[in-house]
Design a protein around this ligand. Structure first.
Ligand SMILES: Cc1cc2nc3c(=O)[nH]c(=O)nc-3n(C[C@H](O)[C@H](O)[C@H](O)COP(=O)(O)OP(=O)(O)OC[C@H]3O[C@@H](n4cnc5c(N)ncnc54)[C@H](O)[C@@H]3O)c2cc1C
Length: 388
């Protein structure tokens, strides 16, 4: 491997968008991932308005192209929210949710980064790094050096684990880590047709279940803080029974942790920035992570490019973007989730139904990112203002 300005550790949405942003600015970028793409990734694949706008504005991937190419395989502007016993709220949104298959989605983002000029190294697993020096060591024992590292290696980040202990509050990280279990079924194994996304609340203290439509499958899962639950697999099988899925015990389950309120305030150390799940940047109410991965990857890539071009501190540039654009949203959504989850525990799920019905348009726009999670404010995303 040659000389690089930046090594981006892994090619999920955060890493590929970071590598794309850097390569577009003529930087020498190595993008490493342990997988060969396309590779499977457990995810509901729901994309909000802000994700679609970012894909179009930053990567030139507009909705008609994504739909025609099959990378997005379903869209619906309707939703339903169920409590344990009844439908609580249902309605129409100002913009559809789009659904993607992550195998194809992640492969497309990787292709964008490669086309922009990033050098891609698949089947290259990172074993460790030295964040202050910008050195990465692979499991094959190869050392790669660069001026900067971007760690976008997901929730169990090796890069983050190499940060000094005082940089990450490990107890807080553990407390907020939510187990998530998800399966997909052929539509005829689901007891009824599913043509729009459904949320199911009330079975977890701080979490929810989902049923998402797709062209040729139904995706269902649960995610929530561990709190009083000792066996998550049993909880998921109860959910399958509640949904009237036949023979739930015969279905093999897949799980992956979700950073559900873990956002780090300072996800950097020395020459290294963290982005996406590695920095805990997932929205704490609905668990939306794809947008926050792409946006933080974009900001990390641009911050490093700026530091390479003009000198200065990449972390300072990154801090401005994170604290200006993403963290205020994550913090406001964190407050809202406790208000809603505690409200359900205290007042029952009917109260939530009343609230959602009364504020449905505003809530829908908040989830989509047209409106801020600060409730009264419109959200102005800088990547839509041509802020390069
Ligand atoms: C069950 C479930 C459902 C979800 N549903 C949704 C949803 O519907 N919508 C939504 O917006 N978000 C959803 N999320 C969250 C979303 O999947 C993540 O937030 C998002 O994938 C984070 O992207 P990332 O780029 O940070 O990391 P990831 O997508 O996790 O990518 C990490 C990459 O790291 C690679 N890797 C890891 N370690 C190493 C290593 N040591 N060396 C080399 N490569 C390595 C992996 O191969 C992978 O390619 C869901 C999550 C779960 C668990």
């Amino acid at each position: 491997m040659g000389e690089f300005d930046v090594v981006v550790v892994v090619a999920g949405p955060a890493g590929s968008v970071a590598a794309y942003a850097l390569a577009r600015r003529g930087k020498r970028v190595a993008l490493l991932d342990r997988a060969r793409f396309p590779r499977p990734k457990l995810c509901g694949g729901l994309l909000t308005w802000k994700s679609m706008r970012l894909l179009g504005a930053v990567l030139g991937l507009d909705a008609p192209f994504l739909l025609e190419s099959g990378v997005i395989n379903y869209a619906s502007d309707r939703y339903s929210i169920f409590g344990p016993r009844q439908l609580l709220a249902a309605g129409q949104l100002s913009f559809p949710f789009h659904f993607t298959d992550r195998n194809r989605f992640d492969a497309l983002l990787l292709e964008c980064a490669a086309r922009a000029g990033a050098q891609v190294f698949e089947e290259t697993q990172v074993a460790s790094c030295v964040p202050h020096k910008g050195v990465v060591t692979t499991t094959a024992g190869r050392e790669i050096r660069a001026h900067y590292l971007i760690g976008a290696d997901g929730v169990n980040s090796v890069v983050r684990s190499c940060f000094p202990h005082d940089r990450v509050d490990r107890d807080r990280w553990k407390w907020n880590l939510a187990p998530a279990i998800e399966i997909s079924l052929p539509p005829d194994r689901f007891p009824r047709p599913v043509d729009h996304p459904e949320l199911h609340i009330g079975m977890l203290d701080a979490g929810y279940g989902w049923v998402f439509p797709n062209r040729d499958r139904v995706v269902l899962g649960i995610c929530g803080l561990r709190r009083n639950i000792s066996n998550y697999s049993n909880k998921f099988r109860e959910y399958l029974e509640y949904l009237d899925i036949s023979d739930p015990s015969g279905i093999s389950l897949k799980g992956h942790p979700l950073p559900y309120g873990n956002y780090l305030e300072k996800p950097w150390c020395g020459r290294t920035l963290l982005a996406g799940d590695a920095a805990g940047l997932v929205e704490p109410l609905f668990g939306e992570g794809i947008f926050f991965a792409m946006a933080s990857g974009l900001y990390a890539g641009k911050s490093v490019a700026k530091a390479l071009e003009h000198g200065g501190n990449s972390a300072r540039f990154y801090e401005q973007r994170l604290h200006g654009q993403l963290l205020p949203e994550l913090k406001a959504s964190d407050r809202l989730r406790w208000l809603l989850f505690r409200g359900v525990n205290l007042l029952g799920d009917r109260a939530l139904g009343l609230f959602v019905r009364a504020a449905s348009r505003r809530l829908g726009d908040m989830v989509h990112g047209k409106r801020s999670y600060h409730w009264t404010r419109k959200k102005n995303w800088d990547f839509l203002k041509g802020c390069q």
